[in-house]
Design a protein around this ligand. Structure first.
Ligand SMILES: [Fe+2]
Ligand SMILES: [Fe+2]
Length: 278
């Protein structure tokens, strides 16, 4: 389902092209810095499987952060701060179901779109600096694929436990599809062989995310009418705002005996029900 840039690439010796690549890489660097906070998911992990995954992920995200810093140095570039949309989309919250959906499933899915489709296709192989950079990017992409797969698996589990989350999850997807394209505004009206692909690329992300939401079971087969969409967005936004003030609660000390397989211990002695509201 990758978008095809038709072999159009940036020129890493052209100052305007370098500014564009620097912008994209800077968003990636910011995203990787926030990715390290999957440690928050570790605190709320409800199973040993989840805890093991988040420990591994935190290690990988720290490594990605270093790899992107190396890419900046290889290209002789200085990073710039993250765009406000990226900062908003990667904002943390302590409400585990939202963190799983927005960061691990949807967020890292978009990250993968940018890394795999944009960076791997539009950095020119003819530039002697690029092969080693692409080798790093391919390693990052393989791990991001694992992160998305985990996010999707965990989203399915959360929705099976708390089906009421389907409507706010759908609303949050609609909101993300509204907000995410604003990042591309910086390039509007620019005549460039790569940038002319932006509308098509954004459309491909929307199609992929829509299909992802349907496969996860919270996006209806047919797009609902405006009243329901607005209702779902309002609910999603309210849950997001509420989650910003939620307190994270640790889980492992309540479930470790059952999770380690000790008889008589049960994983049901949790004080907080699964997927409960923040
Ligand atoms: Fe990462
Ligand atoms: Fe990741």
């Amino acid at each position: 389902m990758s978008y095809d840039f038709g072999g159009d690439t940036f020129d890493l010796d052209n100052p305007e092209d370098r500014a564009t690549v620097r912008f994209v890489l800077s968003q990636a660097l910011y995203g990787e810095a926030t990715g390290v906070y999957c440690g928050k998911s570790l605190y709320a992990a409800r199973s040993l499987e989840a805890a093991k995954f988040y420990v591994r992920q935190a290690h990988q995200e720290l490594n990605h952060l270093q790899l992107f810093a190396e890419i900046f140095r290889e290209l002789g570039m200085q990073p710039e701060p993250g765009h406000w949309v990226i900062r908003l989309l990667s904002a943390h919250n302590n409400y585990y179901p939202l963190k799983v959906l927005m960061e691990h499933a949807l967020g890292e899915g978009m990250v993968l779109d940018i890394f795999r489709d944009v960076l791997l296709q539009t950095l020119p192989d003819s530039d002697p600096r690029v092969p080693v950079i692409k080798k790093k990017l391919r390693a990052v992409c393989r791990e991001e694929e694992e992160h998305v797969a985990w996010g999707e698996k965990e989203t399915r589990r959360i929705l099976a436990e708390s089906p009421w989350l389907k409507t706010p999850f759908y609303g949050l997807l609609e909101l993300q599809l509204l907000v995410a394209p604003l990042v591309a505004r910086a390039f509007e009206g620019r005549e460039h062989r790569v940038l002319r692909h932006l509308p098509g690329f954004i459309a491909s992300i929307k199609t992929r995310m829509w299909a992802q939401g349907q496969a996860l079971g919270f996006v209806p087969a047919e797009r609902p009418g405006l009243p329901f969409r607005l209702w779902a967005m309002l609910w999603g936004a309210a849950l997001f705002v509420r989650s910003q003030f939620a307190r994270s609660s640790s889980k492992l000390e309540h479930i470790y005996l059952g999770e380690l397989g000790f008889t008589g211990a049960s994983a049901t002695n949790l004080t907080t029900p699964a997927g409960s509201a923040p």
